[in-house]
Design a protein around this ligand. Structure first.
Ligand code: PGA
Length: 264
C-alpha cells in the first residue's frame, strides 16, 4: 500500500526568508502527523533551495526543484544541472509543469530527457501531465494523457518505478482562471493514468503515486483525496499560507480516516 501525498509548488512566489518562514511554520503545524503514512513536499524557487534544504528536515518535508537541465554540465546558459541540485541535498525534481510546457514551450521529449537524467542521479522525479481545455473539448484527454506518459517515461526501467511520481494537472484547472475538476472527472482520469502505467511497467506501475493538482482548495480537498485512484494532492494557491495548508491537510486526513480509505 502507498502513502498519501500533500505538496505544493511555490512557483515564482516568496523570497528566501519568506520561504524559510513558511517551511518552518508548515513543519511545526504538521509535526504530529505520522510520516510513515503521509508524505509532505514543498517545491520553492531555485534561489531559495539552499536555505530551504537547511531549514527543515527532509524526513518531515521533502524539498523539490521546479525544473532541471538534462546534462551534467556544458554550454547551457540559464540551466541548473542535477549535480548542482545534488550538492544542496535536493531529492525531488518536478518536470513538465503546465507552465513549463505552455509558457516555455517545453516538449514531452525534453521532459523525458530530464526524467532519465534525474533518475540517473537518484532523484525522485515528479512528472506533471494534463490536457488543455481544447483537448478536453475534442474528447482526446485520455489520448493526450497516455501520450504524455508514454513519451515522458520512455526508457524508464521497472526498477526505477519507485522514484517516479505523477501529478495530473488539467491545464484548464490550474491557476487564478482555472476551474477545479470535479472529483468524478479527476478520478476517472487518474484511472486512465494508472491503467497506462500498468501498460508501461506491468503491475509495478501501480506503485507510482498519482497526485491531483489544479485549483485544489479547502472546500474540494477532502472530496478529491477520498477518490479511489487519487493518491495525493498537489496544491498551488491554497497552500501558500502555511496555516491554511496545514488545516487543509488535517481536514483531508480526518476525512480519509472517516472514509476508511486505506493508507499504507
Ligand atoms: P493552483 O496551482 O492550485 O493554484 O491551481 C496548481 C499548480 O499549478 O500546481
Amino acid at each position: 500500500m502507498k502513502k498519501v501525498y500533500f505538496g505544493t509548488n511555490l512557483k515564482m512566489y516568496k523570497n528566501i526568508q519568506q520561504t524559510v518562514d513558511y517551511l518552518k511554520e508548515l513543519e511545526k503545524g504538521t509535526e504530529l502527523i505520522n510520516r510513515e503514512e503521509y508524505e509532505f513536499f514543498v517545491i520553492p524557487s531555485y534561489i531559495s533551495l539552499p536555505s530551504a534544504t537547511n531549514s527543515v528536515s527532509q524526513d518531515k518535508i521533502r524539498i523539490g526543484a521546479q525544473n532541471m537541465g538534462w546534462e551534467e554540465e556544458g554550454q547551457y546558459t540559464g540551466e541548473i544541472s542535477p549535480r548542482m541540485l545534488d550538492e544542496i541535498s535536493v531529492k525531488l525534481v518536478m518536470v513538465g509543469h503546465s507552465e513549463r510546457r505552455h509558457v516555455f514551450r517545453e516538449t514531452d521529449e525534453e521532459e523525458n530527457k530530464k526524467v532519465l537524467c534525474g533518475l540517473k542521479h537518484g532523484f525522485t522525479m515528479l512528472l506533471c501531465i494534463g490536457e488543455t481545455e481544447n483537448e478536453k473539448e475534442f474528447g482526446i484527454s485520455n489520448e493526450v494523457l497516455r501520450s504524455q506518459l508514454i513519451k515522458g517515461l520512455h526508457c524508464v526501467r521497472k526498477e526505477e518505478v519507485k522514484k517516479i511520481w505523477i501529478a495530473y494537472e488539467p491545464v484548464w484547472a490550474i491557476g487564478v482562471n482555472g476551474k477545479p475538476a470535479s472529483e468524478e472527472y479527476a478520478n476517472s482520469k487518474h484511472k486512465v493514468i494508472k491503467e497506462c502505467l500498468i501498460d508501461i511497467f506491468g503491475e509495478c506501475g501501480l506503485e507510482i503515486p498519482v497526485l491531483y493538482g489544479g485549483s485544489v482548495n479547502p472546500q474540494n480537498a477532502d472530496s478529491l483525496i477520498t477518490q479511489e485512484y487519487i493518491d495525493g494532492l498537489f496544491v498551488g494557491r491554497s497552500a501558500w499560507n502555511a496555516e491554511q495548508f496545514s488545516s487543509l491537510i488535517f481536514k483531508s486526513i480526518d476525512t480519509l480516516k472517516k472514509h476508511n480509505k486505506k493508507v499504507m
